[in-house]
Unconditional design. Structure first.
Length: 497
């Protein structure tokens, strides 16, 4: 594996996967690398820097938002490359009694998130049977609360990290956040998950923690022991250790001997019915509920048997229940993934009620055979619903590009999303980077390219012009390329494609 393969492997798992960045990495990697390491990180070129990044909000359950940034092609390539080259920093667990799960490389490849989830869940179940007491907790707004200088110092402290790389990551994290010392670490991309997971390894290694077993996945902690006193002392000590890193435990998610939170005992009426209908494997969300690491991966479940017609009808009925919770809906969708045609009539209801599961619906919709009806359903939803969130509009644009390009209302969907995204730059850029030249989109892109701007709307417009005839394409790109070094890089890549 190399940097570009690392990037491509993670592409669809990210919160806002932009083809502009992917195509730059695939077709223009050397030029990206040269610009970063020969210009941006070279003091002889003070005008070249990492740019402040576009603030964006992903969705979380129950209407909550996840505040993060969407990295431009230069910044995104840099963080994948830096972490890939320094992957030896991200170590194996401290030992069988002090385990941290996932977010590192093993046998030359990044450990999959689902593999880490399953291992974490399995170990929790084992330890609950072995010990009388346990406590679970997580960190409040973890990625948004890390202090820049703490993270920069942590990275610099590793002997294998060169001074150049230590200075580079400090500069990168400072400049992408316009100098602010918190709220700088991007969410939803594997290299930053590696950083977030390893940054807490000092807690795992602390000899001040006396509990028999400590398990951790990112910022979700579980402590196990037969002594309530030891657990209480360790909980206080870990809060103090986290406090030295300017981090706080989330009091709303702290649980002591929380057997009552297990699915088997606190299951909702809907979930009870679901378990009666079909034997399933519980997803990791039932084990812990941290917003840091959940919600970015498709839920995987295993069915004991193929669903009967009656079972499918029962599950579809559950999706219509007013009391349906978002986690229940996600689970039922996973169970019905091989019966996606049956879901078509419920798509508007689910999109309207649960915007957080739009990415999952995008995956499920891939199996729907009647694309014309699906396209009409999506268009009707866009036209008849208000207050769309950017994350939802983004993934509806991805759905249109990947699955609906041959339908009759494809252009109406793209223009509908474009018109709704005046305040949502990344979702609008997603539409602009789609290489569709009809429906007036070519003229819209040309207007963005002629402004001299260097932002996501201009970069995506340049990438969206890649299917024009070379003469027409290069004419507008020549003027666009003069706007900034990043404009020039993107224009050069598009001409190459």
């Amino acid at each position: 594996m190399n940097t570009s393969e690392f990037y491509e492997n993670d592409y669809w798992a990210t919160l806002f996967p932009m083809k502009t960045n992917l195509l730059m990495v695939k077709h223009h990697e050397k030029d990206l690398s040269d610009y970063i390491y020969q210009k941006i990180l070279n003091d002889s070129f003070p005008a070249d820097n990492f740019l402040p990044q576009q603030r964006i909000y992903a969705t979380k359950p129950r209407g909550h938002l996840r505040r993060t940034v969407k990295l431009d092609p230069v910044a995104e390539y840099f963080v994948y490359d830096l972490i890939y080259r320094n992957r030896s920093v991200f170590r194996k667990p401290a030992g069988p009694n002090r385990e941290s799960f996932g977010y590192r490389f093993e046998a030359g490849n990044p450990i999959s998130v689902n593999t880490a989830y399953r291992a974490f869940k399995s170990r929790i179940s084992e330890q609950k049977l072995k010990f009388k007491h346990h406590i679970s907790f997580d960190i409040a707004s973890y990625f948004n609360s890390i202090y820049h200088h703490d993270l920069a110092h942590w990275f610099n402290s590793h002997e294998s990290v060169t001074t150049e790389d230590a200075n580079a990551i400090s500069r990168f994290l400072r400049e992408i956040n316009a100098g602010h010392s918190i709220d700088f670490l991007p969410h939803g991309i594997y290299p930053c998950k590696m950083i977030g997971n390893e940054f807490l390894k000092s807690i795992d290694l602390s000899y001040q923690i006396k509990s028999s077993v400590m398990l951790r996945l990112m910022d979700d902690f579980y402590l196990f022991d037969d002594s309530e006193s030891i657990l209480s002392q360790d909980f206080v000590k870990i809060q103090q250790l986290l406090g030295s890193l300017h981090l706080n435990v989330n009091p709303m998610k702290t649980r002591i001997d929380a057997h009552q939170t297990d699915v088997a005992t606190t299951i909702s009426e809907i979930r009870k019915t679901l378990y009666e209908v079909v034997e399933i494997e519980v997803p990791i969300e039932e084990v812990f509920a941290s917003g840091t690491v959940t919600g970015t991966e498709t839920v995987e479940i295993e069915l004991e048997t193929n669903l009967s017609t009656t079972q499918v009808e029962t599950l579809l009925g559950l999706l219509k229940e007013d009391t349906l919770e978002e986690s229940d809906a996600d689970l039922i969708l996973a169970a019905l993934k091989s019966h996606s045609d049956s879901l078509l009539e419920l798509v508007p209801h689910l999109l309207g009620k649960f915007p957080n599961i739009t990415k999952h619906l995008y995956t499920i919709c891939g199996s729907i055979t009647d694309k014309e009806l699906l396209a009409k359903t999506i268009l009707d939803f866009i036209k008849t619903h208000d207050n769309h969130l950017e994350y939802q509009l983004f993934w509806l644009a991805v759905l249109a590009e990947e699955q609906l390009s041959k339908t009759r209302v494809y252009g109406d969907i793209l223009l509908g999303i474009y018109e709704m995204t005046a305040e949502h730059k990344i979702a609008r850029a997603k539409v602009l980077e789609i290489p569709e030249q009809g429906f007036g989109l070519k003229d819209i892109r040309t207007n963005h390219l002629k402004t001299g701007s260097s932002d996501w709307l201009a970069w995506a417009s340049a990438m969206g012009s890649r299917t024009l005839k070379p003469g027409e394409r290069n004419y507008v790109l020549d003027y666009f390329s003069k706007g900034s070094p990043l404009n020039f890089l993107i224009a050069s890549c598009v001409k190459k494609i």
